[in-house]
Ligand binder design. Structure first.
Ligand code: HAM
Length: 446
């Protein structure tokens, strides 16, 4: 019977043949974040709805149109996280982490949920790697976070990525800017989409982030925030740019970037991939100096960013970047008869204890079919065990790449024999392993 239940629109299955791509990205983001002094935090998949309304903002698309919210009688209303910052800040405040000293630097890799129109690079369930740095108002912190994101993209081998930065000022400069935007958009009120007509009164900056083509056309000549920055915000922005210059990180100042979430202040930035079409923003972030206090913590300046892992992977695939290899079987034990099968189980247990990846027949295949299977899973070595091998206590160890065969004991000496053969083969075939061994040997001589 055909399977009638299908994966929900806007979600993805990550199948075993593809999972190495995810492992590649996950290991690079973890290593790089930890090298920059960030520690991992893990938070719940859902939170009280009010958390997102207060932080992300009630005039944003995310809150107005995209949240997956569950409410059941007599209970609070909960929402699947549309992003990682709000929950992370909630968790940091709730667990008193700010009392452990400043700055606090955390990272996360998590799934997010937004009820958007699904297309390439825009999903309803997607994954973010994000970093949050709390307790520094210094422009050095902005530049350091941007450098971390830049470093991750670089280590993954991504090319053609543009960094756009902007400053959207503090609440004071924004008040003046809001008035200027209102004056600009008011004559166009009747041409705007319904949501934006409402936004014009409540939060005109959101108009700059509208997805409607008509509204984007009207917004083309709108005033830009950089003309309204107060002295301190302008000086902060200058300093961030200077530090990026010192670090050798190329950027473009794009005064049109306002970001789709309401908590930002001062620096905002986006990394954009030129190779994956319209949904090219692979990373977005910025400063949010008012959020910790807004959510009930002590006033604490903070900033961060998040990368969309699906978009990173799309770019890596489009650019032919390299991924980690899947682990392949070290040894497959082919057996004939019940006694040999028992021996295979015993050997497998011993070698697995030593860290080798070993498999044996679990489905009752004949000799030829077992050999074929060993080949299919790209086993590096095979040992065939039958009655005569059991009797002599020795068998042939076959190197599947070269076809070369050698004798191997099935008794006590098996582990040493196999270990020695395996080491030799790795030295011959694995460049990383050989360099590691050589470096180790050189160190020993010094
Ligand atoms: P965001 O710009 O909404 O920011 O999302 C960050 C990244 O997540 C985007 O640049 C994009 O790569 C990815 N992304 C967003 N929506 C989707 C989607 N529907 N499908 C696929 N990927 C998507 C935030 O979420 C902020 N919390 C970032 C931040 C952290 N700011 C400060 N700290």
């Amino acid at each position: 019977m055909a399977l009638t239940v299908k994966r929900p629109n806007g979600t993805q299955d990550i199948v075993p043949n593809e999972v190495n791509k995810w492992h590649t990205v996950e290991s690079v983001v973890k290593d790089t974040a930890e090298q920059f002094g960030f520690r991992e935090i893990r938070i719940p998949t859902f939170e009280e709805t009010g958390l997102f309304v207060r932080s992300v903002g009630d005039t944003t698309d995310v809150v107005q149109k995209e949240m997956y919210t569950v409410s059941s009688a007599g209970e609070k209303t909960y929402t699947l996280r549309p992003e990682g910052t709000a929950g992370t800040i909630r968790a940091i405040i709730e667990n008193g982490i700010l009392n452990e000293g400043l700055p606090q630097k955390v990272y996360y890799t998590l799934s997010c949920f937004r009820h958007e129109k699904a297309q390439k690079g825009r999903l309803r369930e997607f994954h973010q790697f994000g970093c949050e740095l709390l307790g520094s108002a210094s422009p050095a912190a902005d530049a350091d976070a941007i450098a971390l994101a830049h470093n991750v993209l670089d280590r993954l081998g991504l090319k053609n990525i543009r960094l756009n930065i902007n400053s959207i000022g503090c609440p004071e400069c924004r008040a003046k800017y809001r008035e200027a935007l209102k004056a600009y958009f008011e004559p166009h009120r009747s041409e705007l989409c319904e949501t934006c007509r409402e936004r014009l009164d409540k939060n005109p900056m959101r108009l700059l982030d509208c997805k409607s083509k008509e509204d984007q056309e009207i917004a083309k000549d709108a005033p830009v925030i950089t003309d309204y920055l107060c002295e301190e915000c302008a000086a902060h922005f200058e300093s961030v740019k200077k530090q990026l210059g010192i670090m050798g990180i190329d950027f473009v100042v794009n005064p049109k970037i306002v970001r789709g979430l309401d908590y930002y202040t001062r620096t905002v930035f986006e990394f954009i991939s030129e190779d994956i079409g319209s949904q090219g923003t692979v990373c977005g972030g910025g400063r949010y100096d008012g959020l910790v206090e807004e959510l009930g913590g002590k006033p604490t300046p903070a900033l961060g960013f998040a990368m969309g892992l699906e978009r990173i992977l799309l770019t890596m695939e489009a650019q032919g970047c390299e991924f980690m290899e899947q682990r392949t079987c070290d040894l497959y034990l082919v057996s004939m008869g019940d006694a040999a099968a028992e021996k295979a189980v015993e050997i497998t247990a011993r070698l697995r204890e030593e860290g080798f990846y070993v498999e044996y027949d679990l489905v009752g295949r004949g000799l030829k079919a077992q050999m074929k299977y060993a080949d299919k899973i790209r086993a590096k070595y095979v040992i065939v065990i039958g009655d005569s091998e059991l009797e002599s206590g020795s068998a042939k160890l076959k190197n599947m790449a070269t076809g070369e065969q050698s004798d191997i004991s099935l008794g006590e000496a098996l582990l040493d024999d196999f270990g020695a053969k395996y080491y030799e083969m790795m030295l011959d075939t694995d460049d990383d392993f050989r360099s590691f061994v050589e470096a180790f040997a050189d160190n020993g001589q010094e």
